[in-house]
Structures are given as C-alpha cells and as structure tokens.
Ligand binder design. Structure first.
Ligand code: ZN
Length: 345
C-alpha cells in the first residue's frame, strides 16, 4: 500500500477496544513465567509453541490459549503480562485501551480475582502516568454454564466496588457455536442493574442471529467481531441506525479461518453500510500482529482510503467507554494529527 498512508496510520493516536490480555502473552513470556512458577508446558521450546499456532478454527486456538494462560498464578505474573501489552500498544500509538480478561480461566487454577486485578491494576496505573488510559472488562466463558458466570459475577462484585475506576463492564467470549448470548441473560441482567457497560462476542463464527440476541436479550452497548452481521440486511441497517459499534479484528478473522483471504473480509461492506466498525487486535501474540499490523493488513487488502481509515480510527474513540470530556480530547488529538500529519512525530 501507499507508504505515506501506512506511516500515517501507524503513528495515529488510537483506541483499542477488543484485546484479551491473556492473548497478548508472547511465547517467550509464557516460557519465562512457566520457569518462574514451575509449570510444565506441553511444548518443549518457544519455537515448538509458536509452530503450534496454525489454527483451523476458534476451538483449535482456544485449546492452545488456555494452555498458555496456565502459567499465570501470581500478582506479579498479571503485572508482567499487562506491562508487556502496554509497551506494545504504546509503540503502536494506542492512547486508550479497553482490556478483556477471563476470570474463570484463572479461578479454575485457584487464582483469586483480587490477584488478577491487583496485578493488572498496578501495571495500568503506571501506564496512566505515561499517558496511556485504560479500562478492564472481565468476560464470562460462554462454553461454561451460566451458573459459573453467576458465581464469577458474585466473586467480582467487591472488585467492581474497589476498582470502579478501572472495571467498567462485563463481556462474553470463548467458543461461540452452540452457546448463544441468550444463555447468559440472567447474569447480563444483573450487570445491567448495576449500571455496568455490556459487550459480547457475537457473529464471529456464529450466525447473525447471535448478534440480534446480543442486542435484544443482553442489551449490549457494543458487539465484539460481528463480522457475519453482513449476512442479514435488516441487522446491518439496525446496527447503523443505532450506532452500535463492531470491534473487528482482521488478523484474528484470517488466522481462525472466519475469512479465507483478507480481500474477502466484510469490514468494507459494513463500513459502506454506515456501520460503526473499529479495528483491534483480539489476541495479538497468537494471531501475528498488534493493532497497527491489523490496520495495515486490512487497509492493504481492501484498499481503504485515507477518509475511511480516519473514520475507523475515529470510531474507536467514539465507541469507547470514556467520559465525554476525554472523548472530545481524543478526537481533537486525532484531528490535529490526521489533518496535519507532517507536523507530528
Ligand atoms: Zn475476542
């Protein structure tokens, strides 16, 4: 693609709204933590682990992802993982991130939510002092029963009180097929009662009907992925009218075979239909790239224009859960950069 536009995208201030912190664990850090914690990994070397990153679908990825997360035991581990993500994100000029984590993955190994949040919070508070703002969103694992999600929500309640500045909502992730959003109606209703922000993965591998359920049954503010929404014209019109953002993750869609080729990605058709699409990295350590690589890969494949890219970056700030004052500040920062990029570093 045009190198000037590529450079402009790379240096633009951005928001990242779909990043699983456990998916930012690079193989080197997985091995370091495994050594530190005496955890045996089913892969003999860093290279063997990387070589296993040849996924055929969402489930084949999740199996390795949960093996990688097994090295996280102590507060310091959650700190190190989060601090490493912050460095990578700041290098890509991310100024605000809304970060998912999966409490159930770690509770199962005896790690308390307090341990997870304390470690992440320490890294994020340090990042805040360097101009990197962030929120945390615990997600429920949809392949487990709703009863588990309800117990997890109960266990997380003191965290929502204590870290209310950071923990602002709940999400839904993991294996989509056979686990429709409606399975989690009760726990989302409880979160809604508390005024929390609501998001859910839907329409990644699952059908557009799951996106409709996420909207109608869970009442989500944003939909994670949602790329299959394009198959339902009424849904596309609804997403556009209601300005419901989709947090699209192009390299993830390619690696998990949601699309066979980046040129077939539905992002541009959604954008043309006025849907508020954003670009994000999902699980960057596993899918071959952080946010800038996601932007560059899809901009190149779909021949996105300067105006389209501006709109997508802008959507990231528009759809973020920041205050109106913060949003206005980010939009001015973006405008100042985008319309006079030669004046910026
Ligand atoms: Zn995701």
């Amino acid at each position: 693609m045009n190198p000037i536009l590529a450079d402009k995208i790379a240096h633009a201030p951005k928001a990242e709204l779909h990043i699983h912190i456990e998916g930012s664990l690079e193989p080197e850090l997985i091995f370091e933590l495994a050594r530190r914690n005496g955890v045996a990994l089913p892969y003999p070397t860093v290279q063997a682990l990387r070589d296993a990153y040849a996924f055929t679908d969402l489930q084949s990825f999740l199996d390795i992802y949960y093996a990688g997360a097994s090295v996280l035991l102590h507060e310091q581990d959650f700190y190190d993982m989060t601090a490493a993500y912050v460095e990578r994100a700041m290098a890509d000029h991310v100024v605000h991130a809304e970060i998912f984590f999966d409490p159930q993955t770690h509770i199962e190994r005896g790690v308390s939510i307090e341990t997870m949040v304390a470690g992440m919070e320490r890294a994020l508070a340090e990042a805040e002092a360097r101009g990197f703002s962030s929120k945390l969103i615990p997600c429920f694992l949809r392949h487990l029963p709703e009863e588990h999600a309800l117990q997890t929500f109960d266990a997380a309640l003191p965290m929502f009180e204590r870290y209310g500045h950071r923990l602002i909502g709940v999400g839904l992730d993991s294996s989509e097929y056979g686990h429709p959003p409606s399975k989690f109606a009760r726990v989302f209703a409880l979160a809604k009662e508390r005024g929390l922000k609501l998001v859910a993965h839907a329409g990644e591998e699952g059908p557009p009907a799951y996106v409709v359920e996420a909207l109608d049954v869970l009442d989500v503010h944003r939909v994670d992925h949602g790329v299959r929404s394009i198959e339902d014209a009424a849904l596309v019109a609804r997403l556009a009218d209601a300005r419901v953002a989709l947090t699209v993750c192009p390299l993830s869609n390619l690696k998990l075979c949601v699309v066979n080729d980046m040129t077939e990605h539905t992002l541009k058709r959604l954008l043309d239909a006025d849907v508020m699409v954003t670009i994000n990295s999902d699980d960057p350590a596993y899918f071959g790239g952080y946010i800038n690589q996601n932007y560059l890969a899809i901009a190149d494949a779909l021949k996105l224009t300067d105006d389209e890219l501006y709109k997508i970056i802008r959507n990231g700030f528009e759809a973020s859960f920041v205050t109106d004052a913060q949003r206005a500040a980010y939009l001015s920062l973006l405008d100042a950069y985008w319309h006079a990029p030669q004046a910026m570093p």
